[in-house]
Design a protein around this ligand. Structure first.
Ligand code: AMP
Ligand code: TRP
Length: 334
């Protein structure tokens, strides 16, 4: 069976969006609009796998939608919506809970990292999370999924679930979706500790550049980023053991749409006294206009809610066809 070239990707409204979300995901969603039919989701059902204050969740959902729009996603040509408005996600996830094996889920490193020593006390939803993610993607029979490096294992599980469903029920029903993990910054690290991923839960406010940071905050955080005393080398390979320096060079490359080696062709031999101001200027130049645009969208909640509703209506139509077929295949009367 042949499948339409379709992209699906999601971001959780579970805190403030940061530079990792932008460079690892959102920025790369934009050019795919030229070649694929794209569905960009705000995955609010994933967010509640850990506690979310209901008063804040709706606003965080709008913030992710505003970031999609500000980055240049066309909500008319493509689809932007929030997951909980389309019931098919939960329905298909249940069926996938009965396809996926316990052993597969227990291997998920993100669960192990997030649950830590607290594994008995986290929600059942957090454990089942990758099965819902597989449902998100396969509900639309998406063929391509742009994500950051940290989601690679979840994509492999999605493929395993699709393959087992096809094998158990009907050959070639679901595509085996391909991850798209490209660019210079598929794993942006904390500005204070090059061994830690930049994340929404980082404790030091200097460690993370947020998409809603103003120009001064962006510049200050880059200026205060941890580095080492050596100048930048000529070759990117020589940054292997200099994690913080490697991270800043990768961020520069991703923002400027060039390779990390090209950054070093320009800045090799320079110290951070030269490189940091250049990076700060570039970051402000690229991020500040988007920040302004996000705030403009966020000023008009009704407009965002309308865009999400319209997107959900169109997503539901695609989902309906898949769910009808899945129910027939599984033996549910509908
Ligand atoms: P999340 O915030 O966990 O919903 O992640 C949304 C998207 O951002 C996913 O595609 C992640 O892989 C990506 N992402 C999150 N943190 C980073 C990071 N530090 N570097 C690169 N990509 C990231
Ligand atoms: N699990 C992803 C993350 O934490 C978010 C996500 C949920 C997603 N469903 C998805 C990403 C489907 C891509 C496709 O980053």
């Amino acid at each position: 069976m042949s499948f339409t070239n379709r992209v699906f990707a999601g971001i959780k409204p579970s805190g403030d969006l940061h530079l990792g979300n932008y460079l690892g995901a959102i920025k790369r969603f934009v050019p795919l609009q030229e070649t694929h039919e794209c569905i960009y989701c705000v995955v609010d059902m994933h967010a509640i796998t850990v506690w979310q204050d209901p008063k804040i969740l709706a606003q965080s959902t709008r913030e992710v939608a505003a970031a999609y729009l500000a980055a240049g996603i066309d909500a008319k040509k493509h689809i932007i919506f929030n997951q909980s408005q389309v019931a098919g996600h939960a329905e298909l996830a249940w069926i996938f809970n009965c396809v996926a094996r316990m052993g597969w889920m227990q291997r998920m490193t993100q669960f192990k990292d997030k649950a830590g020593k607290n594994a008995q006390n986290v929600s059942l939803g957090l454990f089942a999370y990758p099965s819902l993610m597989a449902a998100d993607i396969l509900l639309y029979k998406a063929t391509h999924v742009p994500v950051g490096e940290d989601q690679k294992q979840h994509l492999e599980l999605t493929r395993d679930i699709a393959a087992k469903f096809n094998n158990d029920f009907e050959k070639d029903f679901f595509p085996l979706p391909e991850p798209i993990i490209t660019g210079a910054a598929t794993r942006v690290m904390s500005l204070r500790d090059g061994t830690k991923k930049m994340s929404k839960s980082e404790s030091s406010s200097l460690a993370t550049i947020y998409m809603l940071d103003d120009e001064d905050a962006i510049a200050k955080k880059i200026k205060k980023a941890r580095t080492d005393p050596e100048p930048l080398p000529q070759n990117f390979d020589d940054l292997e053991n200099r994690l913080e320096a490697k991270n800043l060079v990768s961020i520069y490359a991703a923002l400027a749409d060039i390779s990390p080696q090209e950054v070093l062709n320009q800045y090799g031999g320079e110290g951070f006294g030269v490189f940091k101001p250049a990076l700060a200027q570039l970051a402000v130049e690229k991020l500040a206009p988007m920040n302004k645009e996000m705030r403009r969208y966020l000023d008009d909640k009704a407009q965002i809610d309308e865009i999400l509703k319209d997107g959900a209506n169109r997503a539901r139509e695609i989902a309906k066809t898949t769910m009808k077929q899945v129910k027939d295949i599984v033996g549910f009367i509908s």
